[in-house]
Design a protein around this ligand. Structure first.
Ligand code: AMP
Length: 412
């Protein structure tokens, strides 16, 4: 029961092969710089002795098709997969499913066409995701393929939270609304939090904070997402490595007038030069933390702003959830940066969030509870695993289809 998960970018393919009987990783890796001079395959696999080993091969990889074939050979040669025919399915990460895709969906030519139709909403990501699906379908035609959308978990958000207060026709004609991203991660950590707390997910109100290079918050009421911080694009919401997050939209027009910058240039500044990088010059939270520790005032301000923005979202989501059972930290920063977790929870005792400083400082691998014994709200660190979530959703979609239900097809 093997499932291959593919995350195709414009010049890269990341992959993980799972044995879904025990959810173990049999192999994983990435192909980078496709079509460029430095293209290479980095492959991790399980040796016959059960240990993980890694190889890196510099290869001329001209396109995604060649990339997929190299991944198949690497899986074969290292004994992870005899043949692609052995796969139960291939799960693809797809960034934008618009309003159309609310569930993982079996990939068909019609589904590909619908995802293509959503390119204007995700011009950087959907074309690369499509390419990955087309190549995989060509190279492994007998293997069922499933698209798993970053936006799908947020499709339960009600209109009063997903609509923007702009003319209705812009929503109707151009689909301008909140979609949200990182849905696969928010869904995964919410499920894991319920397991960790030994309570049914549909009995819990949670706020999940995915804090990585990109960052977003989600308000999850009885297992369903009711609001999230990213919007039409991943630019809205929390402060990120290089993205500004929430902003007065008039700033864009002001900058255009005052600096003569073109909209594309401003878009690039807001996406690539802002966030932590814009405030203090560094976008990696480890560097920002070190600079702050050494007394750099800009890095200290960046951390204060980062945590303050998150606290505002915790307050807002606490209000709309009508009570909170757990706050979840995940992503590279959420899982590893204790000073950020501490900064986000500081002064929130009135909301029932009381962190145990020692537990926060000592937290190592795996899931952990960081609240004080008498804190009303649990404060959890849950390592995310988007690839495993995609694999699980792939299996669920294919099993539903096999059991005769038309769920997968109907939800297209
Ligand atoms: P992700 O996008 O989830 O891989 O997260 C990347 C972010 O996690 C980067 O900003 C890293 O600096 C940050 N990160 C990873 N490890 C640590 C750490 N030990 N302390 C602080 N930040 C970290």
């Amino acid at each position: 029961m093997k499932v291959l998960v593919l995350n195709s970018g414009s010049s890269s393919i990341k992959y993980q092969l799972f044995d879904m009987r025990d959810e173990s990783v049999l192999a994983s890796g990435s192909i980078e710089q496709i079509g460029e001079t430095g293209s290479h395959l980095s492959h991790r696999f399980r040796t016959p002795q059960g240990e993980m080993a890694k190889t890196v091969q510099a290869l001329a990889i001209g396109d995604h098709r060649q990339g997929f074939e190299l991944i198949s050979s690497a899986l074969r040669e290292t004994g992870a997969l005899a043949d692609t025919g052995e796969l139960m399915g291939i799960g693809h990460r797809v960034v934008h499913g618009g309003e159309k895709f609310k569930e993982p969906t079996r990939v068909t030519p019609e589904v590909l066409a619908a995802i293509r139709g959503l390119i204007p909403l995700a011009p950087l990501h959907n074309p690369a995701n499509l390419l990955g699906m087309e190549v995989a379908m060509e190279c492994a035609p007998s293997v069922p393929q499933v698209a798993v959308f970053d936006t799908a978990f947020h499709q339960s958000i009600p209109p009063h939270a997903y609509r923007y207060a702009i003319p209705k026709k812009l929503y109707e004609a151009h689909q301008v609304r909140r979609y949200g991203f990182h849905g696969t991660s928010h869904r995964y950590v919410a499920k894991k939090a319920a397991e960790f707390l030994k309570k049914p997910l549909d009995s819990l109100n949670l706020i999940s904070l995915h804090l990585g290079n990109g960052a977003s918050a989600a308000a999850i009421k009885r297992g369903k997402c009711i609001d999230t911080s990213m919007g039409l694009t991943p630019l809205e919401g929390l402060i990120m490595g290089t993205r500004c997050g929430d902003l007065d939209p008039a700033i864009i027009f002001y900058l255009e007038r005052e600096t003569g910058l073109a909209p594309k240039e401003i878009e690039s500044i807001l996406n690539k030069e802002s966030g932590l990088k814009g405030i203090c010059g560094a976008n990696d939270m480890r560097t920002v933390g070190e600079l702050a520790q050494a007394g750099n005032p800009e890095a200290q301000l960046a951390i204060s702003m980062y945590c303050y923005r998150i606290k505002k979202y915790i307050g807002a989501y606490h209000a709309v959830l009508g009570g909170l059972d757990g706050l979840i930290f995940t992503g590279g920063i959420g899982e590893n940066a204790e000073f950020i977790r501490a900064g986000c929870c500081k002064g929130l005792a009135h909301l029932g969030l009381e962190m145990d400083t020692e537990k926060n400082r000592r937290r190592q691998e795996g899931c952990a509870a960081l609240e004080q014994g008498d804190s009303r709200v649990k404060i959890l660190v849950i390592p995310t695993n988007e690839e495993l979530e995609i694999a699980e959703q792939t299996v669920a979609c294919l099993e539903t289809e096999e059991s005769g239900s038309t769920l997968c097809r109907e939800k297209q």
